[in-house]
Design a binder for this molecule. Structure first.
Ligand code: MN
Length: 437
């Protein structure tokens, strides 16, 4: 058991699995936000840290004098915390962020002398509807071998993986302006679609509306234009991770994607979960990526990560139809997989992105691409899960789905577990499909 917190040294390692919080909900084994997690987000537009079902607005805590001198005296902390985004905060040096995290752990630790001061400042964390960063740029990758192979074999049966795939993390530049937070509704888009491969197209509400289960990360430290982020340093440039739903219109995608990749099939909405789980909170769950097979090409040196770290995050997708919500039927589990099965790691995606001198900036969102594992029930989008609609799934209300109907709510959950360690979760990334206008 860790020793009781004292005011003399107000810092505790939050990754100590024995550490417990005086916040009761944070001690619940099924809660995503124990004291070991401490993710950051925006509560009513203010920078906040989450613990259990509660959140502490950091600016309020600073104003009320609850932080120790070392933290309170961080230059410009008050102005960083007064912004309605995490960007300036995330640019603090990593060692400073570590000290803040350790101080927060001390504030929330069972027996902390700060409890009396903090407890009245806690807010209910249920309604936190804001994208946590100001996102200047968004890039989406295609880093799951199983997803790329499955989708490739549908569209190009003889040639599922293109020759470049195992040499570099494939990605495309997404759209930052349509990134929305979990809980926001998503309007079914209109677009050009074809019934024959060669056209002619018609324009109307899309029919093949889909989700993509992804993990995204926000850049905390960028690089100057013309410089790079070496693979060995890439991990330290990452601030933290969220769940991402890359909403996709498959019928638009099929017609438009060649030769330049996704465009209007993807950029009408991308949902993110509201709490950013820090790199440090996830480090206890870092694992080696899947071994390369004997005939896989050697990774080029600039992409060779000596640590080769993936993160073991269990990822689930549920669907709840409008009828199911009305009748109080539990959402239906559609898939469960793990982020640890990704072929390309977050560090490789970031190092590759900057390898040509492209300047990454704080708040940039990089998403992994659909996370699919080896088994059928781990496939992270309906296109794969129903094999292009040929194997429909049945929901809890008895109706079948090939793709999403209006009124369907997609619910993504992510969490890390291992024996002897509290569950570190992401909460949820939700969105309801509204009918086309
Ligand atoms: Mn995607």
């Amino acid at each position: 058991m860790s020793s009781l917190p004292t005011a003399k040294d107000p810092f505790i390692d939050p990754c100590d699995p024995e550490l417990r919080s005086w916040v009761a909900s944070a001690r619940d084994a099924s809660n995503d936000f124990p004291i070991q997690n401490l993710p950051y987000g925006l509560l009513n537009g203010c920078v906040a840290v989450r613990i259990g079902d509660s959140a502490l607005v950091l600016e309020e805590a600073l104003e009320q004098g609850v932080f120790c001198a070392e933290i309170a005296e961080i230059p410009d902390l008050d102005s960083m915390l007064s912004l309605a985004c995490l960007n300036a905060f995330a640019e603090l040096p990593n060692q400073t962020l570590t000290r803040i995290r350790m101080h927060l752990a001390w504030l929330f630790a069972e027996g902390s002398p700060a409890r009396k001061q903090i407890e009245p400042l806690l807010h209910d964390a249920v309604n936190t509807y804001d994208v946590p960063f100001y996102v200047g740029d968004y890039t989406d990758f295609y880093a799951s071998l199983h997803h790329a192979t499955n989708v490739g074999s549908m569209f190009r049966p003889t040639n599922p993986l293109l020759p470049n795939w195992k040499h570099l993390p494939i990605g495309y530049h997404g759209r930052a302006s349509s990134i929305i937070v979990s809980g926001s509704e998503v309007r079914r888009p209109h677009g050009q679609t074809v019934s024959n491969d060669d056209g002619p197209p018609s324009f109307g509400a899309v029919k093949l509306m889909d989700y993509e289960l992804e993990v995204g990360f926000f850049v905390g430290k960028g690089n100057e234009l013309g410089s790079t982020i070496p693979i060995t340093q890439a991990w330290s440039h990452i601030f933290g991770f969220v769940l991402v739903n890359d909403w996709s219109a498959r019928d638009i995608q099929k017609w438009e994607y060649q030769p330049l990749g996704p465009f209007l099939a993807k950029n009408f909405a991308t949902s993110v979960s509201p709490w950013v789980v820090t790199r440090e909170a996830l480090e206890p769950f870092c694992v080696q990526g899947p071994p390369r097979s004997a005939d896989d090409p050697q990774t080029l040196p600039y992409l060779t990560d000596p640590q080769g770290m993936n993160i073991d995050i269990t990822l689930e997708v549920f669907i709840s139809s409008a009828i199911m919500r009305e009748k109080n039927i539990e959402p239906t589990l559609i898939s469960r997989g793990s982020f640890k099965d990704m072929f390309w790691t977050p560090a490789q995606m970031l190092a590759h992105h900057a390898s040509n001198g492209c300047n990454m900036q704080v708040g940039d969102l990089l998403a992994s691409g659909t996370v699919s594992s080896t088994t059928k029930d781990s496939r992270g989008c309906l296109l794969e899960r129903t094999w292009r609609g040929s194997e429909p799934i049945t929901l809890g209300d008895g109706t079948e789905r090939k793709f999403l109907n209006d009124g369907d709510e997609v619910i993504m959950r992510g969490f890390c577990t291992k024996p002897g360690y509290p569950r570190i979760g992401f909460g949820e990334c939700r969105g309801i499909v509204l009918p086309a206008r």
